[in-house]
Design a protein. Structure first.
Length: 268
């Protein structure tokens, strides 16, 4: 049941991305209703899979590589669906929907089996830290996707190419606003997640150095972006570039920690 619902969600995410790309193939209006419907069904199927995981294993999907990646994929999809419904634009699905599908597919390959997890108060602290951290990373991913789209559209406009990208992508101001708000939300969630991690380490005298390093790197990146806008006077283009590149760096850092064996059987 878990694997079937998971695979169904992946198919729906990819279907939403493919449908969102339809205006590039032929001059048709943006299929907002169709894309948001597919995304909504994908989120529902994904949520059903994780609820069945909780019922089967008796714990939240926050421990183990597969379950944690699946939770991250769901949060990215939920964030994407919310943005698309509010903005009535579906171009962000071109980037974020395949990202959700890729994370969920890797989760399937890694296996949706939980790792050992502390129980009671200690387990609750850990679950809160992981959930807030993943929410922050999902917001960061949304901001990075908006940043990439901002740079692509800006380049097309500067070259005076008024093709499908100009017709289909939302205005630059909208992309900049999504980037800004997503980074602020991500920074707030990661700040709480890091604070809980520090308190957890002190209270239970346990330290996961790779996890702290990666979490602090993501938090620092979002903090720099927020301070750059508030104090440094960063304009939209610079914020978009820094968001996209720093998110890529955070992802590469995670891959490096996994490849070098710094992580155990969990997410980190």
């Amino acid at each position: 049941m878990i694997a079937i619902a998971h695979s169904f969600a992946i198919t729906l995410y990819l279907g939403a991305a493919a449908l969102a790309a339809a205006p590039f193939a032929r001059p048709v209006p943006a299929p907002v209703r169709g894309v948001t419907t597919l995304l909504g069904l994908g989120v529902a199927a994904h949520l059903l899979a994780l609820l069945d995981f909780v019922r089967t294993h008796g714990q939240a999907p926050v421990s183990g590589l597969g379950p944690a990646l699946s939770l991250a994929a769901l949060l990215v999809a939920v964030m994407l669906l919310g943005v698309e419904l509010i903005a009535r634009e579906v171009s962000l699905s071109l980037v974020a929907a395949p990202l959700s599908a890729a994370l969920a597919a890797v989760a399937n390959i890694a296996g949706l089996s939980p790792a050992s997890m502390a129980s009671g108060v200690q387990g609750a602290w850990l679950a809160a830290h992981v959930a807030l951290s993943f929410l922050g990373i999902a917001s960061f991913a949304t901001g990075a996707a908006a940043g990439v789209m901002y740079m692509v559209e800006r380049r097309e406009l500067k070259a005076r190419r008024f093709g499908a990208i100009f017709r289909f992508f939302p205005p630059l101001d909208t992309l900049d606003r999504v980037n800004h708000l997503a980074c602020l939300a991500g920074g707030a969630a990661l700040t709480l997640g890091v604070a809980i991690a520090v308190a957890y380490s002190v209270e239970f005298r346990t330290v996961n150095l790779p996890q702290i390093l990666w979490g602090m790197a993501a938090w620092a990146a979002l903090s720099v972006i927020a301070l750059g806008r508030a104090i440094g006077g960063w304009q939209a283009r610079r914020a978009a570039v820094v968001t996209a590149t720093s998110f890529a760096a955070v992802v590469l850092l995670y891959v490096a920690l996994r490849v070098t064996g710094a992580a155990d059987g969990g997410f980190l």
